[in-house]
Design a protein around this ligand. Structure first.
Ligand code: GLU
Length: 596
């Protein structure tokens, strides 16, 4: 095989797309169709597909691709298909297929045809379509547009090394293309191992792309493999055959596939088929412009689920990575439910890499606020978020127990006491009341982003406050504590902090347990709280009453609405806190006396 040493064309690139090096020096001629008719929606129903390989789990990049395809089908009254591209048998991840269905359904996507639901063009799993690929490969063999390649892996390897040594692209040298049809058929019949290669005319057909305009590859299409030695098709071959047979009209996929598309177009041409319309959307990259990978904190969908993101918030977030509603689409709100997304969808995408942002928190809050105000949605939201919140609380309770009564210094940033009494349905320390969590949500649900963030913000509405927390938090107010007074219009002109807590305690004790409501608390303590202030040289009266109350009730400087928080905690727990705050105040005052 002396001709083995003349190497042209890529070897064994049947599965992976060509390198980014080739991609980056590719020519893009023509302008992306920004305003042209191609960027509008097609006038006939589009058939689109999401075609993942079960070699990993759904991540935000693939969810975004699936969503774009889904929206195009829905916006045009077409169909959205799910096709499993499981031809790379060596890289299959055992539970990836089941997780895929689960994750996509969780996200709120559904498909009209797919491996699990069937459809008129099935099966929708490539490993069940081997006969179809074989027949199509035979068709190309018979037409002389493909040939069997008997080169051994060792020979191919030698070719590759030599090409690299000579700084040439390691493409196949077409050695077996010279074998006669008869000899080839005979060797195959004798059981000689072989693959089937596409016979390229050494040109690269231009690709029409809705994002990139006309794309011309700088390298010719090589004699790439279409059927591997294991008789499975390559990605390129199966993808083209299936898109054609499944009547796919539009292919929206990641830009990493653009360099492979000339091969696909060459196959469409060889079969005499019309290619679908392509839209290669920019890849998601991190702040350092690196392709998102598993190392990126929130890559896989499961990590977003754990953080309790609402599916619609996640969809809204990924949709706006490299796409935005048209300026003339009326109301241009970025916060969209599924119907809004379908209504506003169009085929104009950002060209080039898309850097991920942290707007997910914004969408989470916006959708939460929306859902919590709509009764129907509220129950769905609570059903999806409460279990995660309970389990996060459970984890903290466990850490607390293991630390002999003291809570973790870690995640929450503070030490925690036991669960507040109304959060314990039984007296058990390890079970948190679901009703209490629902009430906490009623109070502050709109600020929910993740269970940990939510617990951090509301830590003292879940756990009892250790006494030293009061002293610690008081330090923030040190400059005002000796200048406190109560406006003279109120009868008790106490000045000391401990006196303020005593007065507050008196007022609160006077409210009967059964009347412990927002309205009663407000009317009982409101005037007193409003009259608390401190003086300074610039201003004779600075309001300080609400800060005082927040310190008393939650030993914090910020948090959800205060009086509703007192209702949630209940009279007993609130009074415990006022007493605790009073003790901290007296301790401080005694120390002051001692030192002065
Ligand atoms: N199986 C390919 C993937 O996982 C599909 C690419 C395409 O949409 O053509 O990305």
């Amino acid at each position: 095989m002396s001709s083995l040493y003349v190497i042209r064309g890529t070897l064994c690139r049947q599965v992976l797309p060509q390198s980014r090096r080739i991609f980056s020096r590719s020519n893009f001629s023509g302008r992306p169709a920004r305003t042209g008719p191609t960027s509008l929606l097609p006038s006939t129903p589009a058939r689109t597909r999401f075609a993942p390989s079960p070699t990993g789990y759904v991540h935000i990049g693939s969810l975004r691709t699936a969503l774009f395809n889904y929206l195009l089908a829905k916006a045009t009254g077409g169909q959205f298909l799910l096709r499993l591209e499981d031809t790379d048998q060596k890289r299959l991840v055992p539970d990836a297929e089941d997780k895929l269905y689960e994750d996509l359904k969780w996200a709120g996507l559904s498909w009209d045809e797919g491996p699990d639901v069937g459809g008129p063009y099935g099966p929708y799993k490539q490993s069940s379509r081997l006969q179809t690929y074989k027949e199509h490969a035979n068709q190309l063999l018979e037409n002389g547009q493909a040939y069997r390649c008997f080169c051994t892996l060792k020979e191919l390897d030698t070719m590759k090394k030599l090409a690299l040594d000579e700084s040439r692209d390691p493409v196949y040298n077409k050695a077996c293309s010279h074998i006669s049809a008869e000899e080839s058929a005979q060797r195959a019949a004798n059981g000689e191992a072989h693959c089937i290669r596409f016979k390229s005319d050494s040109k690269a057909p231009p690709v029409q792309d809705l994002v990139y305009g006309t794309y011309k590859s700088p390298v010719p299409v090589d004699d790439f493999i279409i059927i591997k030695r294991d008789e499975f098709p390559t990605y390129h071959f199966a993808n083209v055959v299936d898109d054609h047979l499944m009547k796919i009209t539009h292919v929206i996929r990641g830009a990493e596939w653009l360099v492979s598309t000339p091969r696909h177009v060459a196959l469409y041409d060889a079969f005499g088929w019309e290619p679908p319309q392509f839209a290669h959307v920019g890849l998601l990259v991190d702040q350092n412009k690196q392709k998102l990978s598993k190392r990126f904190g929130s890559f896989n969908l499961s990590s977003w689920k754990e953080k309790s993101i609402l599916p619609i918030a996640l969809l809204n977030y990924v949709l706006l990575l490299g796409w935005s509603p048209s300026r003339n689409s009326g109301e241009r709100s970025e916060i969209m439910n599924m119907n809004d997304m379908i209504e506003k969808f169009h085929l104009r995408f950002t060209k080039g890499d898309v850097t991920v942002n942290s707007k997910n928190e914004f969408f989470q809050k916006a959708h939460l606020r929306k859902s919590l105000s709509e009764t129907g949605d509220k129950e769905t939201v609570l059903a999806s978020l409460l279990p995660n919140l309970s389990s996060a609380i459970g984890q903290y309770l466990k850490i607390r127990e293991e630390n002999e009564g003291w809570g973790p210094d870690g995640d929450l940033g503070v030490r925690i006491g036991g669960l507040v009494r109304p959060a314990r349905p039984t007296n058990s320390e390890s079970v948190v009341s679901q009703n209490y969590l629902r009430a906490l949500f009623e109070l502050d649900g709109q600020s929910y982003t993740t269970p940990t963030e939510y617990l951090k913000r509301n830590v003292w509405l879940v756990w009892q406050i250790p006494p030293n927390e009061y002293e610690y938090r008081l330090r923030e107010y040190e400059p005002v504590l000796d200048k406190l007074f109560v406006q003279p219009s109120v009868e008790e002109p106490e000045r000391k902090l401990s006196e303020l807590t005593t007065t507050l305690l008196g007022y609160l004790q006077g409210i009967p347990e059964t009347d412990w409501t927002e309205k009663n608390i407000k009317s009982t303590i409101g005037p007193f709280i409003k009259s608390i202030g401190y003086y300074s040289e610039e201003k004779p009266f600075h309001h300080w009453g609400w800060k005082f109350l927040r310190w008393v009730v939650t030993a914090s400087a910020a948090g959800p609405a205060l009086i509703p928080s007192m209702v949630l905690l209940g009279k007993d727990e609130t009074l415990v806190r006022v007493r605790q705050a009073g003790l901290a105040a007296s301790d401080r005052e005694e120390e002051e006396c001692y030192y002065h």
